[in-house]
Ligand binder design. Structure first.
Ligand code: SF4
Length: 282
């Protein structure tokens, strides 16, 4: 079997093993124009699933404009409907503007706002598919442990779903067991138009430091990342039963699901527009 076929078989097996979605489900793929989301969109289309694409334009000059062009070309060529939503239109602020604020961590703000929009605009679909690969997930597990964010661990895994609410769309990760190198090799073999550019904010992030650390370990001790994932999968059922905050409110500003009276996305917007968000002090 060719390497591409082996890769596709691994994705198919992951979908089945974790029951990510069913044949008749309507899926929306959260796309960035990068290799991971383009590969997953391409493979699900090839498998015959009913897929649409959702792209978030964070407003990162000189970076997101070009990746959005790539995903837009891909969708046009393959006949996949694409919807683009932007930070500017939805929040009135681009990430570039948010990043100018002193003390802000661009990736942390970006992650909160992106997740918010994906959840909001994936409503009505059976699942929101993301391109997270094995490397991404191993980094997230280690980051949450090192930052003592144990309460965030149950949100990880190939399929979300430890908190149920009609305003939440299940997020699923068909590339969960695929190392980043395999995804890149597949994209290359399939000649997918991807520029492999890096976001200008990525170098300063905590994730980048953890990524470099894990890459170093993996080079010395192959199998490290898979070991992290395998251990996490064994722990996941117990983690999801832990009595850690599952209480869900609705944001008093926007009505979206929130852990506090005002959701994290509205806090970021309020702090950047008014310089203050009361809910942060609660
Ligand atoms: Fe957003 Fe950070 Fe990713 Fe750039 S690297 S797209 S700022 S999360």
């Amino acid at each position: 079997m060719s390497e591409s076929r082996l890769f596709e078989a691994k994705v198919r097996k992951t979908i089945r093993r974790f029951g990510l979605f069913c044949r008749d489900d309507r899926l929306v793929v959260a796309c960035s124009g990068g290799k991971d989301s383009t590969v997953v969109l391409s493979i699900l289309g090839k498998f015959g699933y009913d897929v649409e694409a959702l792209a978030v334009d964070e407003g990162i000059k000189g970076y997101r404009d070009s990746t959005l062009e790539d995903i837009s070309d891909f969708c046009k060529d393959s006949g996949v409907p694409l919807r683009v939503v932007s930070f500017k239109e939805e929040f009135g602020l681009s990430l570039d503007r948010i990043a100018r604020k002193k003390g802000i961590r661009p990736c942390a703000a970006c992650g909160v706002l992106r997740r918010y929009l994906i959840n909001k605009f994936a409503r009505g679909y059976d699942a929101a598919v993301t391109g997270h690969n094995l490397d991404d997930e191993a980094q997230s597990i280690i980051m949450n442990i090192m930052k003592s964010n144990v309460h965030l661990l149950p949100r990880l895994g190939p399929k979300t779903g430890h908190v149920f609410d009609s305003k939440f769309t299940n997020r699923v990760k068909p590339l969960y067991l695929c190392p980043e190198k395999e995804v890149a090799a597949y994209a290359f073999r399939k000649k997918l138009k991807i520029r492999f550019t890096e976001c200008p904010y990525s170098g300063s992030s905590y994730r980048a430091a953890v990524r470099d650390f894990l890459n170093g370990l993996e080079a010395e001790h192959p199998g490290t990342k898979l070991g992290i994932i395998s251990s996490f999968l064994k722990l996941m059922p117990a983690l999801r039963k832990l009595p850690i905050s599952k209480q869900l409110n609705y944001c008093s500003c926007c009505g979206e699901p929130a852990g506090r009276s005002v959701c994290s996305a509205c806090c970021i917007v309020l702090e950047n527009v008014h310089g203050y968000c009361k809910a942060r002090k609660q």
